[in-house]
Ligand binder design. Structure first.
Ligand code: HEC
Length: 155
């Protein structure tokens, strides 16, 4: 059997890697469901922090930057975004039931104050999305305040 030249094999592998990339999408969502447009006591500062540091993964407004088009890196990042959206999608905030919102707010407080979010691997490529201690406190204070006001409504 004739051996295939290495170049052909390499091109074949590259084509397969590109062809098997998972789908990159920003599903349509109702803008009125977005946390940004919600009735929460959310200040412009908190909105812009969430937008700058969380929305690439936890919303339907992901900015798909160049490396998300490179095979392997793309498999990794698209997987992260899909996983993040499943857990918490700020674009769908208003569709969450009260209990789920309370749960997510408590987790936001915990994950942000413990430096678990934004993900370290993301900050490596997006240092501008890192949060200072002061900014982390602004987010956690907001989440606590929000939980308090929601709990008093439910009671
Ligand atoms: C690079 C993508 C990425 C960014 C940016 C990011 N997250 Fe996440 N987040 C994830 C992934 C993936 C998960 C699910 C797996 C896990 O818990 O590690 C997650 C989980 C969470 C959870 C847990 C939700 C649950 O139901 O378990 C919270 C809360 C959260 N993130 C908040 C935030 C906040 C707040 C920000 C911004 C300050 C942020 N994340 C930024 C990827 C990201």
């Amino acid at each position: 059997m004739r051996k295939y030249p290495i170049k052909i094999i390499a091109i074949f592998i590259i084509v397969v890697l590109f062809a098997t990339q998972p789908e990159k999408s920003n599903p349509k969502s109702d803008p009125s469901d977005n946390i940004i447009n919600s009735t929460l006591i959310i200040t412009d500062t908190v909105k812009s922090l969430l937008r700058a540091s969380c929305f690439d993964c936890h919303s339907n407004e992901t900015k798909w930057v160049w490396y998300t088009y490179v095979p392997i890196a793309s498999h990794f990042t698209i997987g992260h975004v899909n996983e993040a959206r499943k857990h918490l999608n700020f674009s769908k905030w208003k569709t969450y039931k009260a209990g789920r919102k309370l749960n997510k707010l408590a987790e936001i407080k915990e994950f942000v104050s413990n430096h678990e979010m934004p993900l370290k691997s993301y900050l490596w490529l997006h240092p501008e999305a890192d949060l200072t201690e002061e900014q982390r406190k602004i987010i956690t204070d907001w989440a606590i305040e929000e939980v308090d006001s929601m709990s008093s409504l439910i009671k």
